[in-house]
Design a protein around this ligand. Sequence first.
Ligand code: NAD
Length: 268
Amino acid sequence: MEPNRFSGQVAVVTGGGSGMGAAIALRLAAEGATVVIAGRDSGKLEQTAGQAPEGSTIVARAADVRDEAAVAELIDGTVASYGRLDVLVNCAGVSDVGLFEDLAASTWHDIMAVNASAVFHTAKAAIPHLKRTRGNIVTIGSSNALRNNYGQAAYGAAKSAAESLSASIAIEHAAHGVRSNTVHPGFIFPTGMTGPIADLPGDVLDIYRSHIPMRRTGTPEEIAAVVAFLASSEASYVTGATVTVDGGLNQVMHLPPTATPRPLAPGA
Ligand code: NAD
């Protein structure tokens, strides 16, 4: 780990109370950033803030990313309190499960609001501050933006919109020194979103794993490592990029195989 890549910097991580957002906040804080985590569940946010590595600062702020005014208050309040904004990580997200014919308009709008419109709200509020620091934005998309999954029509559409918006922001602000990139996680476990899958009857987790070329799920920390790289000056020439972090998942065509892959030996 590079301990000082974010020394003196300030970051905002939405969805920072659990899962990948919490891992990202802990990673940025461990590398020197003052991190403001935002979400709807104050208890979870305080719990993550309480895990801040010794000598680092993670501050919990309740904010619903669907609410434009609350997001503006979050971003401007962060700058008022800590003097600057260097990194914005859009990690808040919700998913839908249910086929398109059963998809209610209200669900569609909510999934779009949290996963896509929120990126509009946060970026709008953050960009004036990021221009001053030549800072950057990392948006958490999903493999679902690249390949569609049964029962996740709204989620896939929202994550595609978020990726596209992230790239548009990149090209329009590159000349101002502001970068914007997207990370598409594959199947990351356990998080608030995927944890309940372990409780489903049958061997659902094993079936998921069997579809992933690396034969395992990813960890929140593996996403945090890539986000930290993109947010750091080591990625100074990277903008408008999408990085998939999915153990190879999106490179597989899930049709019956013409040659059965050799299963990995346990522990290999
Ligand atoms: P998670 O449920 O632990 O994290 C999502 C966070 O977003 C939660 O803390 C939740 O409170 C917060 N959130 C939801 N709605 C919000 C709102 N309106 N305002 C503020 N915060 C809100 O699950 P996770 O898997 O860590 O998800 C993190 C991100 O990764 C999400 O954007 C998700 O879509 C994406 N993702 C997850 C996976 C996976 O396999 N877990 C795969 C691809 C992408």
